[in-house]
Design a protein. Structure first.
Lengths: 593, 87
C-alpha cells in the first residue's frame, strides 16, 4: 500500500469516528450544548481537557522550539502545565459551584455589571479568535503535507468536520470527540518517541531516555548533544538564559494565562460536582504530562539525529554530500520546509550557526578556515515532530498515525475555542443583553448559528491569516493573564472588590499589557508602526513583550483594589454570592442567587 | 446558608492555608529550582546535566501533578469534615 493510501486510511478512519460520536451525542438543550449536560466523569473530562488544551502548537511546534533553544524553552513546559495548579486551587471548583455556562457570565453577575460582562466578552473573543486561527492554519498544513491537497482545501475539509460535530452536539459532541482525539494524538506522539528513545539510548521510555546514556558514544545523551552542537558554533543545549527575571515573568505569564483562558475554564463546568472539578484538574494534568514529559526528549533526540544525519562521521569530518541526502530530506524539500543552498559550491551540506550571537561569532574563524561560507541547510522547526518517524526510519503506518494525531490536536482545540466564542455570543450577548426573554429552544438555535458563523469566520481567517495571527502567545496569553485571570480570582477571593474596581482593573491591565506589546511589535500589529525594535537591549528591565502579561496582572490587581477601596462596598447579596461559591454544598442550587 | 457560621469560616481559612502551602511548593520547584536557584544546584549532576535542568523540564511538572491530587484529596476530606460536601 502506498504511503498516501495509508495516510488517507488513518485520517479518514479517525474522522469517521468523530462524526459517529457527533451523531450519537446530539445536544437536546442549551445545558447539553454549553456544558454537555453537566454529567461528565472527571477522568473523561480530564482527557477532554488534555485534547482541548494540547493544540497544534503543543503537538507540532513545541518540540521544535525546545530542540532549537534547549533549556531556555523550559518556560513553555512549566508555563503550560503550572497553570493547572492555579486552576485547581484558585478558579475551577468555585466557578463550577457558581454553576453557570460561561466565563463572562460569572464576571457580569459577580460584579453586578453589564459593562464588566462586555469587557470579558471582548477579551474572550480576541484571545480565542487569535488562538483558533493558528489551529485552522495548522490543520490546513497537516492536510497539505499528508493528503496531498492544497492547504485551503485541507482547511475546508477540517472546517466541515468541526462543523458537523460542534454545531450538532455543542459541548456534548465536543467532549466525546475530544476524548477520542486525545487517544489518537497521544498514541501518535508517543510511538515514534519510544522507537527513537530505544534506538538512541536503549531505554524505551523517552522521558527517562533523555537522562540516559547515548549508545553510540557511551556519553550521557545531553552531554553528547551539547558537544555536537557547540562543535559547529551553537550555544550549549543546557545553557542558562541571560535574564532570569524575564524567564520567570514569561513562565508566570504563561501559567496565569493558561488558568485564565475561557476555553479551558468552561470544560470544568461539565462535571457533576465541585469535588469532581478538583479531580478533573489533576487528571487533565496527568494526560497533558504524558505528552509534555515526552516532548523535551523528542526535542533533544531529534536534534541529535539531525546532526548525525548531516555529520555522519562526526563534526570534525566533512558533512554529508547533498547527493547522498536521505529520502526524508528530499520529501520535505518539496514542501519548502527544508531548504538547501550550496553557498561554497562544494556539494556538501554545511549546517552550522552563522548567526549574530556570541557563540556564532566565536565560531566564525573556524568556519572560515574550513572554507564554509554560511549555513546551507534551513530546517523549519515545525517538522521536528512531523518528520520524526521518517528520520528514524519507522514504518509507513507510523507516519499515517502522526498525520491523524496532528489533525486531532488541531481540531480538538479549534472546537473548544469555537464553543467558547459561540457561547459568549449566544449566551452573553444575545441572551444576556439583546434578547433576555429568549426561550431555551431559541437560545439553542442561536448557539448553533453562532457556532456556524464562528467556524466560517475562523476558516476564512485561517486561509488568509491577518498579522496578529502569529502573536498567539503575546495576545491570547497576555490578555488572559492581565485581564481575565485577576478578575476571576478577585471575584472569588475578595468580597470587597466592587463593579467599578473590577472594570478599572481589567481595563488598566489590558491597556497596559497591549501597549507594551504594541510598542515593540507594532500598533495593532500593523507592520512599521513599532516604536522600538523588539530586541532585549530595548526592553524595560529586560522584560520581553511576551512576558509582560504577569506585570499586567499586577497592575490589574493593584488598580482594582485601590479603586474598590475608594468606592462603595458591593451590595449584601453579592457578598452572599461570594460566600456561596466558596462552599461546595448545594452546587445545583447556585443558579437561584 | 453555611457561609455565616463559625465553622464555615474555619473551613475557608483551612482552604486558604492549604492553597498557600501548595503555591509555595509550586513556586519553589518551577521559579526556584527550575530558574533562579539553578546556578546553585549546578553541582548536582543528573544524567548529563544538572538538577535545575531536570526540574525545569520534568521535575516541576511531576510536582504539579502531585500538588493537585494532594489538594483535591485534602479538600474533599475537609468538605466532609465541615459538612459542606455535596451529597
Amino acid at each position: 500500500m502506498s504511503q498516501f493510501a495509508i495516510n488517507i486510511m488513518f485520517v479518514g478512519g479517525s474522522f469517521l469516528i468523530y462524526i459517529l460520536i457527533a451523531v450519537w451525542a446530539k445536544a437536546g438543550s442549551t445545558k447539553d450544548f454549553y456544558v454537555a449536560g453537566g454529567g461528565v466523569h472527571p477522568i473523561t473530562n480530564g482527557m477532554a481537557i488534555g485534547a482541548d488544551w494540547m493544540s497544534a502548537a503543543s503537538f507540532i511546534s513545541m518540540a521544535g522550539i525546545i530542540a532549537a533553544s534547549g533549556y531556555a524553552s523550559s518556560a513553555y513546559l512549566m508555563g503550560w502545565t503550572g497553570g493547572y495548579v492555579l486552576l485547581a486551587m484558585l478558579l475551577a471548583p468555585y466557578l463550577r459551584k457558581f454553576g453557570k455556562f460561561t466565563v463572562p457570565e460569572f464576571i457580569g453577575d459577580r460584579f453586578y455589571s453589564k459593562q464588566a460582562r462586555l469587557v470579558a466578552v471582548i477579551c474572550l473573543i480576541v484571545a480565542s479568535l487569535t488562538y483558533v486561527i493558528g489551529q485552522m492554519a495548522g490543520a490546513g498544513v497537516a492536510f497539505s503535507r499528508f493528503l496531498e491537497v492544497d492547504s485551503t482545501t485541507g482547511l475546508m475539509i477540517a472546517a466541515v468536520v468541526i462543523f458537523i460535530y460542534s454545531v450538532l452536539g455543542g459541548m456534548k459532541g465536543i467532549t466525546y470527540t475530544q476524548v477520542a482525539q486525545y487517544i489518537v494524538l497521544i498514541i501518535a506522539y508517543t510511538i515514534p518517541a519510544v522507537f527513537i528513545s530505544f534506538q538512541l539510548t536503549g531505554n524505551p521510555v523517552p522521558a527517562l531516555g533523555l537522562f540516559s546514556t547515548h549508545i553510540d558514544s557511551g556519553m550521557p545523551i545531553l552531554d553528547k548533544l551539547n558537544q555536537v552542537i557547540t562543535d559547529v558554533g551553537f550555544s550549549e543545549y543546557s545553557a542558562d538564559v541571560d535574564s532570569h527575571l524575564n524567564m520567570v515573568l514569561f513562565t508566570l505569564t504563561l501559567m496565569i494565562g493558561t488558568a485564565g483562558l475561557p476555553h479551558v475554564i468552561i470544560r470544568f463546568f461539565t462535571v457533576p460536582k465541585v469535588a469532581d472539578a478538583r479531580w478533573s484538574a489533576g487528571w487533565a494534568l496527568v494526560f497533558i504530562a504524558l505528552l509534555y514529559l515526552t516532548a523535551p526528549a523528542v526535542a533533544s533526540m531529534a536534534r541529535l539525529n539531525l546532526m548525525t544525519t548531516v555529520y555522519p562521521d562526526g563534526t570534525a569530518a566533512e558533512p554529508i554530500r547533498y547527493e547522498d541526502r536521505p529520502q526524508w530530506v528530499k520529501e520535505w524539500e518539496v514542501t519548502g520546509l527544508i531548504k538547501y543552498v550550496d553557498k561554497n559550491e562544494d556539494g556538501l551540506i554545511q549546517m552550522y550557526n552563522d548567526g549574530s550571537d556570541d557563540a556564532a561569532q566565536a565560531f566564525k574563524p573556524q568556519a572560515e578556515a574550513r572554507g564554509w561560507e554560511g549555513n546551507e541547510l534551513d530546517v523549519n522547526r515545525d517538522i521536528i515532530v512531523l518528520a520524526n518517524p521518517e528520520i528514524a526510519n519507522l514504518p509507513g503506518w507510523v507516519i499515517g498515525l502522526i498525520a491523524a494525531g496532528g489533525l486531532a490536536a488541531a481540531l480538538s482545540t479549534a472546537a473548544g475555542l469555537l464553543l467558547a466564542i459561540s457561547s459568549a455570543v449566544s449566551h452573553d450577548l444575545i441572551k444576556g443583553s439583546i434578547k433576555p426573554g429568549i426561550s431555551d429552544k431559541g437560545e439553542l438555535l442561536a448557539a448553533r448559528i453562532s457556532m456556524a458563523v464562528a467556524i466560517v469566520v475562523a476558516t476564512y481567517l485561517g486561509a488568509n491569516p491577518p498579522g496578529f495571527a502569529a502573536q498567539v502567545v503575546a495576545l491570547a496569553f497576555g490578555i488572559a493573564a492581565a485581564s481575565l485571570f485577576p478578575a476571576l480570582m478577585m471575584g472569588i477571593f475578595s468580597k470587597r472588590i466592587n463593579n467599578t474596581g473590577a472594570i478599572a482593573g481589567m481595563l488598566s491591565g489590558l491597556v497596559f499589557t497591549l501597549s507594551y506589546i504594541f510598542v515593540y511589535k507594532g500598533w495593532f500589529f500593523i507592520p512599521g508602526t513599532a516604536n522600538l525594535a523588539d530586541i532585549p537591549a530595548n526592553w524595560v528591565f529586560g522584560i520581553s513583550p511576551l512576558s509582560i502579561g504577569a506585570i499586567g496582572a499586577l497592575v490589574n490587581f493593584a488598580v482594582a483594589f485601590a479603586v474598590a477601596n475608594a468606592t462603595e462596598e458591593p451590595p449584601v447579596e453579592i457578598q452572599e454570592l461570594v460566600e456561596s461559591v466558596r462552599y461546595p454544598r448545594g452546587a445545583g442550587q447556585a443558579q437561584d442567587h | 446558608m453555611p457561609g455565616h457560621s463559625y465553622d464555615a469560616e474555619k473551613y475557608w481559612k483551612a482552604n486558604l492555608r492549604l492553597i498557600f502551602g501548595s503555591l509555595i511548593v509550586w513556586a519553589l520547584v518551577s521559579y526556584g529550582f527550575g530558574i533562579v536557584l539553578r546556578p546553585m544546584l549546578s553541582g548536582i549532576p543528573i544524567g548529563g546535566t544538572d538538577l535545575g535542568f531536570w526540574f525545569a523540564q520534568q521535575g516541576s511538572i511531576l510536582t504539579f501533578i502531585g500538588l493537585i491530587f494532594h489538594y483535591a484529596w485534602r479538600m474533599n476530606r475537609l468538605d466532609k469534615q465541615f459538612g459542606v460536601d455535596e451529597e
